[in-house]
Design a binder for this molecule. Structure first.
Ligand SMILES: [Zn+2]
Length: 306
């Protein structure tokens, strides 16, 4: 099987990214894997700290191993937004392929110190480390910030050299959650280009990159939900970021949640007589697989890259 290291170079060279899809339960994981199987794509399946405690260590390890056997696609397990050394250590010890240490809220030198500590531990066990410099606004699980602080390109160089991290999450205008932009979307390609010039050999990661499909928002609102004014990063921008830059991984969490809730709400309203949970759950898996298939084919451009 191809390694994540292989994809670091191959993504940039051949103009595609790997989708990093967050999962919380069996249905989301199955939907993601099924979508990637259909497009013959690799996938990074990511767990936030919240999802980690929701599922529990044994379920994580065993469902992931089972999914790998079942779907036969390059599948990598990743910790999303690990906030402490202890959390990252737990994921490394459990056999994750990569961990993110997000010390981006700390002052620069403290971010360096904590990231370095995680790198030293993870690399000893062959696990890759994603770090973050700069702050994304928005809310996602236990991650929240009021305003953007874009990644400083010179500082990024110093940071990567000092920490030895493998990949770097950058802040260039995207944001977490389902309410990304107050006015017009503004992605700072100028900042990104400067970062790429400073650290040309470091694969970059884009967070806060859900597109918040309006069909899901409308379905949720139509069937009793209330998420008025939700919006995301448009797909043509994401495609440009995926194909023309040094980004190797684009994260998607919010879109999967929206897809899940839209399918569930619609089903429950339209078929009130059904009380077998496998029926709506099957529908949820199908809808998530369609979302993932679409993203892999049309946005991340990673079809047939397994
Ligand atoms: Zn994130």
């Amino acid at each position: 099987m191809k390694t994540l290291n292989f994809y670091f170079k191959d993504c940039v060279k051949n103009g595609y990214v790997i989708g990093a899809y967050n999962f919380n339960n069996l249905e989301t994981l199955k939907g993601i894997c099924l979508g990637c199987k259909k497009t013959s794509s690799p996938a990074i399946v990511a767990l936030s700290e919240g999802a980690f405690s929701y599922l529990g260590e044994n379920f994580i390890k065993n469902t992931f191993e089972s999914a790998k056997k079942e779907y036969k696609i390059p599948l990598f397990l990743h910790l999303d937004h690990g906030k402490s050394f202890e959390m990252c250590k737990k994921a490394v010890d459990l056999g994750f392929d990569s961990v993110m240490i997000d010390a981006s809220a700390l002052p620069f030198e403290e971010n360096v110190k904590l990231t370095k500590k995680v790198v030293a531990y993870a690399h000893k066990k062959g696990v890759l480390v994603e770090a973050e410099l700069g702050v994304l606004s928005g809310v996602e699980d236990n991650v929240s910030a009021q305003a953007d602080h874009f990644t400083n390109p010179q500082k990024a160089k110093e940071f990567v050299e000092k920490t030895g991290c493998d990949t770097l999450a950058v802040s260039i205008g995207t944001s977490h959650g389902a309410y990304k932009y107050k006015g017009e979307q503004k992605i700072h390609f100028d900042v990104l280009k400067k970062i790429e010039a400073e650290i040309p050999n470091t694969p970059l990661v884009l967070h806060g990159a859900s597109s918040v499909p309006q069909e899901y928002v409308e379905t949720i609102n139509k069937f009793g939900g209330s998420i008025k004014g939700a919006n995301g990063t448009n797909e043509s921008t994401l495609k440009k970021l995926a194909t023309k830059h040094h980004i190797y991984k684009i994260n998607t969490d919010t879109d999967i949640r929206l897809c899940y809730m839209a399918a569930l709400r619609k089903f429950l309203c339209e078929q009130p007589e059904v009380f077998d949970p496998r029926v709506p759950n099957g529908k949820i898996i199908e809808e998530i697989s369609k979302l993932v298939e679409h993203k892999n084919k049309k946005v991340f451009m990673c079809e047939n890259k397994k």
